[in-house]
Design a binder for this molecule. Structure first.
Ligand code: NAD
Length: 496
């Protein structure tokens, strides 16, 4: 069984922690590895190494940094299949989906290759007689990212390429459920020529997270995970004086108007609900059928067609969920939904994949006549379960979406430009899809939700990512010629 260690100062280390966690292949149900958990001293050693590396790295020219980023981009592209395989075997998602994840992470690396342009400052000549003013952005120091299990490559890549390109040293604490991909990413950074200590990986659970949140040597925390932990991370790290962006959970609604082709909408809604076994923060977990609800029959048909199996089988469209505990929790929520009055249209609770009886598989589940009072509506299920809520009008649909405490993404399916425009302006979510079920912004835009889906004010990657990992400095300068030297003034400076 493999052991997954930390990556500190350019090498693997077991650290001093005595606790470990199991890593599974969710499709077979077998334990494939043991991940070592960091103790507070290990986090401290990582911060010391990163602090020393930052001293050098922050002084490295943009030209030299960019060369390393381009090389890292090439290496990630060259190793896409290996990274996808690791994701498939530890997370469970199907290979094509895993490749898509790496591709979307790579796009952030490509954005970071343009860091000289992204970091260009402003300059104003002659703001006062003989005086010029300019501003530019500088790195923060050592920054940390704490990431979830569901995108073990892409979500960390929302953070580290930009943080590092901006001149920071970055410490990653990936999910303890699928930690292996981060080891490979660390090696690729090293091979690209990144100095040791600029990219660090610390494995662990709450103990390691708390040590990062409290450590005075860390300037900023990027977190992505569930809402209760995001809220906790934001509160604790801001109390420790850090800059924080903490992205939380989601309950993304797809509103389907009766003017749209139900077959088209159903295909997209089903793919967005059941792709990656529903374990995406942008998954559609609620379909809001407006009016005649014709789309519900079409969704049911689509859900029944989905082929469930191990991610490495080319015909699989949906893999297992992450752990046996997740499977049990999701099944329990579906049971509660039925008890509370939802109508089960497709039941995936006892789905078995022949040959993989011990795998953590569930089939797609569709629950109809769900109401906002039911647990299946109120809780983030994070599994292959789609709840259908029926409403009469678009007004009711918008009210429903806006009353939900989460505000990550929301989509509308319609052939009406007026309805779509109204939706994009009135809905209180950070990312809106119009006939697009998973409106994940491109790397050069920023990704983030509203309400309980994000704590802190900056979204990730794109311009907001650059702003998050840097601080602004404004300079006012005068180079007096001896004969024209102005006298110092005791009143507040005004332009002359
Ligand atoms: P999680 O909150 O359990 O874990 C996220 C990270 O926090 C992990 O690194 C974990 O080790 C750590 N952690 C867990 N419990 C902790 C605690 N009590 N104290 C301190 N640290 C703790 O999330 P998960 O199950 O790995 O991922 C799924 C969740 O992530 C879902 O809620 C999903 O919606 C969310 N997510 C959100 C986005 C987004 O962009 N908003 C993206 C991906 C995933």
């Amino acid at each position: 069984m493999k052991q997954i260690e930390h990556w500190v100062d350019g090498k693997s280390t077991t650290g001093s922690g005595t606790r470990t966690g199991p890593v599974f292949n969710p499709a077979t149900g077998e334990q494939t590895g043991v991940v070592v958990f960091a103790a507070a001293e290990d986090v401290d050693a990582a911060v010391r190494s990163a602090t020393a590396a930052f001293e050098q790295w922050s002084q490295t020219s943009l030209a030299a940094r960019t060369k390393i980023l381009f090389e890292f981009r090439r290496l990630v592209a060259d190793h896409m299949d290996e990274l996808a395989r690791i994701i498939c075997e530890e997370h469970g998602k199907v290979l094509a989906d895993a490749r898509g994840e790496v591709q979307r992470g790579l796009e952030v690396v490509e954005l970071a290759c343009g860091i000289p342009t992204l970091l260009k400052g402003d300059y104003s000549d002659q703001v006062s007689t003989g005086v010029d003013a300019f501003s530019f952005r500088q790195p923060l120091g050592v920054v940390a990212g704490i990431t979830p299990f569901n995108f073990p490559v892409m979500v960390p890549m929302w953070m580290h390429p930009i943080a590092i390109a901006c001149g920071n040293a970055f410490i990653l604490k990936p999910s303890e459920r699928d930690p292996s991909a981060s080891q490979m990413v660390a090696r690729l950074w090293q091979e690209a020529g990144l100095p040791d200590g600029v990219f660090t990986v610390i494995n662990g659970d709450r103990e390691a997270v708390d040590a990062l949140l409290d450590h005075p040597g860390i300037a900023a925390i990027s977190f992505v995970g569930s809402t209760p932990v995001a809220r906790y991370v934001h509160a604790r790290a801001t109390a420790a004086g850090k800059r924080v962006q903490a992205l939380g959970g989601a309950k993304n609604h797809a509103v389907v108007l009766p003017d749209v082709d139900p077959g088209y909408a159903a295909e997209h809604v089903a793919a967005a609900a059941f792709g990656s076994a529903g374990e995406r923060c942008m998954a559609i977990s609620v379909a809001v059928a407006v009016g005649d609800g014709q789309v519900v029959d079409a969704i049911t048909e689509e859900a029944r067609k989905i082929r469930v199996g191990p991610g490495w089988e080319p015909e699989s469209q949906m893999g297992p969920v992450i752990t046996a505990a997740a499977k049990e929790r999701i099944t329990g929520l579906v049971n509660r939904g039925v008890e509370q009055g939802a109508r089960l249209l497709v039941d995936g609770r006892s789905h078995v994949v022949p040959g993989y009886e011990k795998g953590f598989f569930l089939g797609p589940t569709v629950l109809d006549e769900v109401t906002p009072a039911m647990d299946v509506y109120r809780e983030e299920i994070f599994g292959p379960v789609l709840s259908v809520v029926r409403v009469g009008t678009i007004d009711e649909a918008i009210r429903l979406v806006n009353a939900n405490p989460y505000g990550n993404g929301a989509a509308i399916f319609t052939s009406s430009g007026a309805a779509a425009r109204r939706f994009q302006r009135e809905v209180t979510a950070g990312m809106i899809g119009i006939n697009v079920p998973i409106p994940t912004p491109m790397a050069y835009y920023s990704f983030g939700g509203w309400k309980d889906s994000l704590f802190g004010e900056r979204h990730v990657h794109g311009p907001e990512g650059v702003a998050f990992y840097t601080r602004l400095k404004a300079v006012t300068s005068r180079w007096p010629q001896v004969e024209a030297a102005q006298q110092a003034s005791f009143h507040f400076p005004t332009a002359t």
